[in-house]
Write a protein that binds this ligand. Sequence first.
Ligand SMILES: [Zn+2]
Length: 138
Amino acid sequence: MGRRAGRRWVTYPPNNSYFSDTKPAEESIVLTMAEFEALRLKHYINLNQQDAAKKMVISQPTFSRVLERAHQKLTQALIEGKSIKVYGGNYSFRKAFLGYGCLDCNHEWEDKHASKEKKVDCPKCQSDNVYYLVKEII
Ligand SMILES: [Zn+2]
């Protein structure tokens, strides 16, 4: 059993303690896909800002600004009791790495049409000791 946390003083209870999608759209706060992704990478996956920025292919100062905007919007939604919608902004989805790896020379290469059934040779050492490789996106 953990020690009970000491009392924390707060100013107000929240206007809304249950966040749903049922309120009219005009009452919701819109998080862009980039802001959502910044929150996810920093606070859910727990990457540092440098690594998170790299994943999004933006600079660390830009990542920091995106994250700050996301914090402000979430705070506004919490304080004003608004629902949160995630959409929009300029974004594209990262793709999973799909390809093969070679057991003889450790070479890995991407092939968008790779499959378990296909038989291929390593382009580097010509070995047929090749395995199908999928790397998931974190
Ligand atoms: Zn090879």
